[in-house]
Design a binder for this molecule. Structure first.
Ligand SMILES: [Fe+2]
Length: 258
């Protein structure tokens, strides 16, 4: 069982922050008292309160209540490796793709020594960055020192398409959680792959620091979801691999982007 990035309380807190509401506004709109609200925001499970909150926050109530048991059931794909690396008390993903001798790394983890030990002497053809948060770019320096090509999110958003051997990459702007954020829609494997950084996770999305960023995040996610197939696999910056189809049905934020 792979641990999800977020629990019910995290999703509720992200939605409230994204919509720019105060606790008392939310409690009043949901018809609950603030004590009940704060208990749920602190992690306690009260199904009635959670359903009422889902309704006022435009979250999918079934998806939200189902989160503790949600596991995206996605089979691993040849040539796709999830590298789970430490980040303070948590973890962060980097994704290593390999096809016909071409290797591409997406993000670098937090710590320079972790990425080097994972690479084990392999020199990727390029390293793509989704966004510049420290847990995704902390390993860039030793890779640059080895002369490995680093493609930043800013460069990627200007370039929009890449090809390495039989791997084709389309850049899709998923700014919001972090501005800028580049996501990468990758073709050439058995299924298409979408490396999304922290824009979306299995069962959640990246937190946004303001209502403006949240609005941008969901607008970009909506646009991104229009460009990908249902069976496209989502490779997020934290938590397990999932798919477009699964997140369209099982992500509590699904009404915002699909
Ligand atoms: Fe991030």
């Amino acid at each position: 069982m792979s641990q999800l990035e977020d629990e019910i309380s995290d999703v509720l807190n992200k939605a409230i922050r994204g919509l720019g509401k105060t606790s008392s506004e939310v409690a009043q709109a949901a018809g609950i008292d603030e004590v009940g609200l704060n208990a749920v925001l602190g992690g306690s499970i009260d199904k009635i309160v959670i359903s009422k909150l889902a309704a006022v926050l435009n979250l999918d109530p079934e998806a939200l209540l189902g989160l503790p048991k949600y596991q995206p059931n996605v089979a691993e794909l040849a040539g796709v490796q999830r590298w789970i690396m430490p980040y303070r008390a948590w973890s962060v993903n980097a994704w290593m793709l390999e096809m016909d001798g071409v290797t591409l790394l997406f993000d670098t983890g937090w710590n320079r020594s972790d990425v080097l030990s994972k690479l084990h002497g392999v020199q990727p053809n390029a390293v793509f960055i989704t966004h510049a948060h420290e847990d995704h770019v902390g390993g860039i320096e030793p890779l640059e020192e080895q002369g490995i090509r680093i493609i930043s999110e800013t460069e990627a958003l200007k370039t929009s398409e890449y090809q390495f051997g039989n791997i084709r990459i389309q850049v899709i702007d998923l700014s919001g959680h972090c501005v800028p954020t580049a996501s990468y829609l990758i073709k050439g494997f058995e299924k298409s792959l979408w490396v999304v950084g922290d824009a979306i996770f299995a069962g959640s999305m990246g937190g946004c620091k303001s209502t403006k960023n949240f609005e941008l995040a969901v607008a970009n996610l909506r646009n991104g979801f229009e460009q990908v197939d249902a069976d496209c696999l989502i490779l997020p910056g934290h938590g397990p691999m999932t798919s477009v189809e699964l997140e369209k049905s099982s992500n509590p934020f699904r009404k915002y982007f699909s």
